[in-house]
Design a protein around this ligand. Structure first.
Ligand code: HEM
Ligand code: HEM
Length: 474
């Protein structure tokens, strides 16, 4: 407790709570769009139609849930790994308030149909400026804290945190350079195939720097803490880091296979996608290596369960992703439901499990208490695991079916299923199963939120002590 007084946790708490709140919003909208695909009556025009709600779902889970989880976990990690206090605690609190204002405006603008029509880059230019300001404030605090660190060594999590900061800044600004024509409308400076290329350079690096380096920073910190075992190999972690950040930046065009984009750009992207297996698996090997002699903890330690299953889904995801980049496989699964299956193994499996482990580790420490219920944490684990598996497996199955039906030909070369609707209708039972998987996952998420809420609620007095200590040592 005394040692913790040197750290400032105030904004961290706000970001953790914001993340959980926007997580609920994003998942509710995810369930709604899942229903809308099967039951059109769930569309309420104009605000609550699928076209408007889909980006609300993706933006809420990416920018509303994942990003503030990173703000809170990174502010926590950076102080502990640097063994120093946050450089600008006041700025961190301003960032928190500003973040919530920007997210509310972003959600309203998407409901209202304002959209740049670029996936994950939907927000119109005034909000893009808000996002950039937020990111600058966040970066100043992280970099400032690292600069005044008392710990000479930079543990690999700090490298991943820095990569997240720099990577997101570069690709977000690069893809959003546009010419405003009114307060609510702008056009990108890139045109045609160039625009698509820049968009997917951004899109895949959103995967790289929001869904990969961000949870990897948390993974590398929590893994040895949860297992109480030293990291298997620091050298491997650093080699993996540099190879990963180098390779990711070239892979975007694997989203544009068989498009008018020059063939050689597609081939470069495919080659780097396959190369990515190596640095991705460096982390998986580090995870499993650290678990050597510790596997019994998979039964007894709920944090270990989350972190090991998380890295396992990352391992599967980073074999599946490169396979999808290969032309022949892409021809089968591109545009099918296979892709949401891939996405949600990564997000509901790898990302959410790792962030949950991070929160379960962090929240009791910043409130100086114990987690409210380990039983509930285990229940949370099983519900999100089962929900995610139902979601992904049903989407892979129907995706392969769809792709095969689109390609099916008679002996004379004519299509067996010439009407798109013939290939669409068989999706319905699978889409219903996806909703079932989503409901189970959501139930797990609610258990998680309840557990964190009770953990916080049970510790108000201690929290005051912490804040008093922080004030005294400031
Ligand atoms: C070695 C690493 C990876 C490679 C090479 C890779 C490759 C791919 C490819 C080729 C696609 C396009 C599929 C298509 O539309 O035909 C894709 C989509 C996607 N991947 Fe991965 N993937 C990797 C890891 C991950 C991870 C760790 C996540 C984390 C959640 C992830 C999330 C996504 C998302 C969100 C999309 C969908 C983008 C969209 O169309 O909106 N990927 N990936
Ligand atoms: C209750 C859980 C969830 C449900 C029911 C759900 C549902 C959906 C649906 C129906 C889509 C549209 C699929 C399509 O285009 O055909 C979608 C897309 C997407 N969701 Fe979720 N989702 C859930 C959780 C999450 C989480 C936790 C994340 C991230 C943290 C996430 C990130 C995404 C992304 C990035 C896409 C775009 C995928 C693409 O373009 O291929 N979802 N989701």
């Amino acid at each position: 407790m005394r040692q913790d007084a040197q750290y400032d946790y105030r904004a961290i708490k706000g970001f953790a709570i914001s993340s959980l709140f926007w997580g609920i919003v994003g998942l509710v909208v995810g369930l709604l769009i899942s229903l809308q695909l099967v039951y059109p009556s769930f569309n309420v025009p104009p605000w609550f139609t699928y076209g408007r709600l889909r980006p609300v779902h993706t933006n809420a889970v990416i920018y509303g849930f994942t990003v503030p989880a990173a703000f809170s976990l990174f502010f926590f990690l950076v102080q502990r790994l640097s063994r120093t206090r946050l450089a600008f605690p006041g700025l961190a609190r301003v960032t928190l308030y500003f973040f919530n204002i920007v997210i509310v405006l972003a959600a309203l603008s998407l409901f209202a149909g304002m959209n740049q029509s670029k996936e994950y880059s939907e927000l119109e230019w005034p909000l893009d400026i808000g996002v950039v300001i937020l990111w600058v404030m966040f970066s100043i605090n992280i970099i400032g804290t690292i600069m005044k660190r008392k710990e000479e060594q930079m543990y690999v999590s700090l490298w991943y945190i820095l990569a997240t900061i720099v990577g997101v800044a570069i690709v977000y600004i690069g893809n959003n350079i546009s010419v405003p024509v009114s307060l609510f409308k702008s056009y990108p400076i890139y045109a045609g195939a160039n625009d698509a290329n820049v968009q997917w350079w951004f899109g895949h690096n959103a995967v790289a720097f929001v869904f990969t380096t961000l949870p990897l920073a948390v993974f590398y910190y929590i893994l040895p803490k949860a297992t109480q075992a030293p990291l298997y190999s620091h050298r491997l972690s650093i080699i993996g880091f540099w190879a990963l950040v180098f390779a990711y930046l070239w892979t975007g065009a694997h989203h544009l296979i068989y498009t008018p984009l020059p063939d050689w750009i597609q081939t470069v992207a495919i080659a780097f996608s396959i190369f990515l297996i190596a640095p991705s698996w460096a982390s998986v090997i580090n995870g499993y290596g650290t678990m050597q002699g510790q596997w019994e903890q998979m039964r007894s330690n709920y944090l270990v369960k989350f972190i090991v299953l998380g890295i396992t889904f990352y391992g599967l995801q980073t074999i599946q992703g490169p396979s999808q980049a290969i032309r022949t496989f892409s021809a089968l699964i591109h545009y099918t439901d296979w892709v949401p299956g891939h996405v949600h193994m990564g997000t509901m499996g790898w990302l959410t499990m790792t962030l949950s482990a991070g929160m379960y580790y962090m929240v009791p420490r910043i409130y100086n208490t114990e987690v409210y219920s380990i039983k509930l944490a285990n229940l949370h684990f099983w519900l999100v695991l089962v929900g995610q598996l139902i979601y992904s497996v049903t989407m892979w199955t129907t995706g392969i079916r769809q792709g095969a039906m689109w390609q099916a030909m008679d002996h004379d070369g004519s299509l067996v299923y010439p009407n798109f609707i013939q290939t669409l209708a068989p999706n319905y039972p699978f889409w219903n199963m996806r909703t079932v998987g989503g409901v189970i996952f959501f139930a797990g998420f609610l258990v998680f939120v309840f557990n964190i809420y009770k953990t916080i609620k049970n510790a108000p007095a201690l929290e005051k002590i912490q804040e008093r200590d922080v004030a005294q040592t400031a």
